[in-house]
Design a binder for this molecule. Structure first.
Ligand code: LLP
Length: 392
């Protein structure tokens, strides 16, 4: 085989040692163009959720496209600043911000803290006072909307740990009146991730309208509404939908969210921006058949490189690149594709129709640009997989 072509389009003359991540920067740029165009129609501001992927080359493309940053730790705030995101476009959420993280973010002069509890309001106020600053905050309100997604990535339900309960907003407001070093400028919401049914966002917009009206009736001026992230991608058919439906997503908010004159609307998108441009490339180490007749292909990537299938039962499309090069010559069979880690959950796919697979075959695990490399671990003392970038 002279050239190895990745499913998203890049090519290698010689394949590097596996496993590794491959990112298609051309697809990332086209995705960024789509998200900025569609958000731009309504004057919406988009912040990239760094938690999805912090590869510097990816961050560079994203900040060049003009997006802000959404961070959930002091480390992410520092990373966003180092990678060129202007401080006034950085938002900082997180249910457990430490004092040190808060102080650093105050010093960096970020756009807003998304505050997640009544106690956090007091802590930020005290730390701002200590530093002689006045800090802008948004209240992250848990709106009790249940999106259609995995329970581990749902965040806006009454029983979830995130945000200030919508039943506590009067207490939050009373507290804000007493605290002189913080100023409420926004309302923040995030109901969950990998949400494909846009009706969940319409439901969110309806709840936000009610909550914003409550604040307006109390005479509180809300300068910005932050709708969080959560737009899902097509894991089944990444080539059918390489760029998510940003047009439909923003239109849903435009049609359902009431925006007062002078108010800005913000979003925090992670997965929908970077998931489809990444793939995890791995090699088959062994094949074997169980006593029950099930066939396994054991590959050199595992849950250490991509934990999503083990953690959420997530589905990623897997392709045998070697078999597809030898077009039509390999019969279809049924395989489970598993990693080398000493955990029974270290299985990427169970009983899928897959071409006959041999030791040495190269596989691509698709749609792994978001929550892939960033969630990697060193379990079993494995080193982190390197990243390569295709730039057509
Ligand atoms: N804003 C906040 C406050 C969030 O908690 C998240 C994601 C986002 C924005 C970005 O959401 P996105 O647009 O990426 O859906 N590790 C899981 C996903 C966890 C998402 C956590 N929060 C996974 O692999 O599916």
């Amino acid at each position: 085989m002279a050239r190895y072509t990745m499913p998203t389009g890049g090519a290698f003359a010689e394949i590097p040692a596996t496993p590794f991540y491959y990112y298609d920067l051309d697809l990332l740029r086209r995705t960024l163009e789509s998200v900025t165009t569609e958000a731009g129609r309504y004057g919406y501001c988009v912040h990239y959720a760094l938690k999805a992927n912090v590869e510097p080359r990816i961050l560079c493309e994203i900040q060049r496209a003009g997006l802000g940053a959404d961070c959930v730790s002091g480390y992410e705030v520092a990373c966003a600043v180092e990678n060129g995101f202007p401080s006034e476009k950085i938002v900082f959420a997180g249910v457990g911000k430490s004092d040190r993280e808060i102080e650093r973010a105050i010093e960096a002069g970020i756009f807003a803290f998304n505050c997640e509890s009544l106690e956090e309001l007091e802590v930020i106020d005290a730390l701002a006072a200590k530093l002689g600053r006045r800090v802008d905050i948004a209240l992250r309100i848990n709106p009790n909307v249940r999106p259609d997604t995995h329970e581990y990535i749902s965040t806006g339900q009454a029983e979830s740990k995130f945000g200030i309960s919508y039943t506590e907003i009067d207490q939050a407001l009373a507290k804000l009146h007493m605290l002189s070093h913080i100023r409420i400028v926004g309302l923040h919401f995030h109901i969950g991730s990998q949400i494909r049914n846009l009706a969940s966002f319409a439901e969110l917009a309806g709840r936000v309208n009610e909550i914003a009206a409550w604040f307006a009736a109390k005479g509180v001026e809300i300068e910005h509404l932050n709708m969080g992230g959560g737009l899902g991608i097509d894991y089944e058919d990444p080539d059918g939908e390489p760029i998510p439906d940003f047009a439909g997503y923003f239109r849903m908010f435009h049609e359902n969210l009431r925006v007062e004159p002078g108010q800005t609307v913000h979003f925090e998108l992670g997965r929908s921006i970077v998931a489809q441009c990444g793939e995890l490339i791995t090699r088959v180490l062994y094949t074997k058949t169980t006593a029950g007749g099930a066939k396994f292909a054991i590959v050199d990537a595992g849950m250490t490189e991509l934990i999503r299938p083990a953690l959420y039962g997530a589905h990623h499309r897997i392709e045998n690149l070697t078999a597809s090069d030898a077009a039509g010559l390999r019969p279809m069979e049924v395989y489970s594709i598993a990693g080398p880690i000493c955990e029974s959950s270290d299985v990427f796919a169970r009983d899928i129709a897959f071409p006959e697979t041999r030791r040495g075959d190269l596989l691509a695990i698709r749609s792994t640009g978001a929550y892939g490399s960033i969630m990697a671990s060193n379990y079993n003392m494995r080193p982190l997989a390197p990243s390569y970038f295709g730039d057509r």
